[in-house]
Write a protein that binds this ligand. Structure first.
Ligand code: SF4
Length: 291
């Protein structure tokens, strides 16, 4: 397994940078602001009269730098600062390896979200796709797929202001896939499972109260993760019981059961009896190269 040291004034983005590195190198051992990596990424930032200058070097051999005008809101500043860093690292890695990933610099889920955001600023679907493709170096075939997907999605009724969906996240899994970009701790010794379940029960009760107070209309329920079925059966039953009042009011109830090694008959029975109308086995892709 390759080891990578990242020296950065923004260690909070290290895992995002590591996601990009994994696109090229697969599983890595990561050192943050620590020697030890055979591959060394150095990140520097400098405030200049014209904006923020971001510099990245890889093994002191491949370098990129770019000037950026800081954003006015804290949220946008964080987003674009992180994005710039990831893209510069991506460029260096692409040059070093000669590999052009099909999805370019995109990691994580729902790339369509980026296209929708671009469309919200007034761009047509075609123009928004072009913008995303140029920014993230996505290959034509994947961009076409994204374009077609959004066209299909746009045929479905859009939610009204009063519609609400409930997503319940179970941030645990039994191990960590190299490509995983979800919030997902390994179940490990399980110390966090019980307190998390308790907190979820409270939050679900409060969410239901809020929905009623605001006169919202629940539409769909989805339990994802992580991997919900990594919970031991009694805890899975408890969480689903807490979700029941919500599930009874929606037309679509989905529980993710995406890892065969976490599913057994007992858990499937619990899911069925909870009122779920479907399970999602959520394969992310059938292509090893993409994984
Ligand atoms: S199974 Fe899913 S949630 Fe679990 S580590 Fe893999 S990608 Fe992440």
């Amino acid at each position: 397994m390759p080891s990578v040291s990242i020296f950065t004034p923004a260690p909070q983005f290290s895992n995002d940078v590591a996601d990009i590195v994994r696109v090229f190198l697969g599983k890595i051992a990561l050192f943050i602001n620590e020697e030890g990596g055979e591959i060394v990424i150095r990140h520097q930032e400098e405030t200049t009269p014209d904006g923020m200058l971001c510099r990245v070097s890889l093994n002191d051999q491949y370098t990129r730098e770019e000037l950026r005008i800081p954003e006015s809101s804290e949220l946008l500043e964080k987003r674009y600062r992180k994005r710039q860093l990831k893209l510069l690292v991506y460029d260096c890695l692409k040059e070093m390896t000669g590999f052009a990933p099909p999805w370019g610099a995109l990691t994580g889920i729902r790339p369509s979200r980026l296209v929708y955001t671009a469309m919200e600023s007034g761009l047509s679907l075609d123009a928004a796709c072009q913008q995303v493709q140029n920014t993230f170096d996505v290959q034509n075939e994947k961009m076409q797929l994204l374009h077609d997907l959004i066209q299909v999605q746009s045929q479905y009724p859009q939610p009204t202001e009063k519609d609400v969906d409930l997503y319940v996240g179970i941030p645990f899994c039994v191990s960590r896939c190299a490509y995983c970009s979800f919030l997902s701790e390994e179940v490990g010794k399980g110390k966090q499972l019980e307190p998390y379940t308790e907190a979820l029960e409270q939050e679900l009760a409060q969410s239901l109260q809020l929905i009623d107070e605001l006169g919202l209309r629940p539409r769909a329920f989805y339990m994802g993760g992580g991997t919900p079925t990594s919970l031991p059966a009694p805890l899975l039953a408890r969480v689903l019981k807490a979700c029941k009042p919500f599930m009874d009011r929606v037309s679509e109830v989905t529980v993710e059961a995406g890892r065969p090694d976490t599913i057994d008959r007992e858990k499937l029975d619990i899911i069925l009896q909870s009122g779920a109308t479907r399970i999602s086995i959520n394969p992310q892709t059938g292509h090893d190269i993409t994984l």
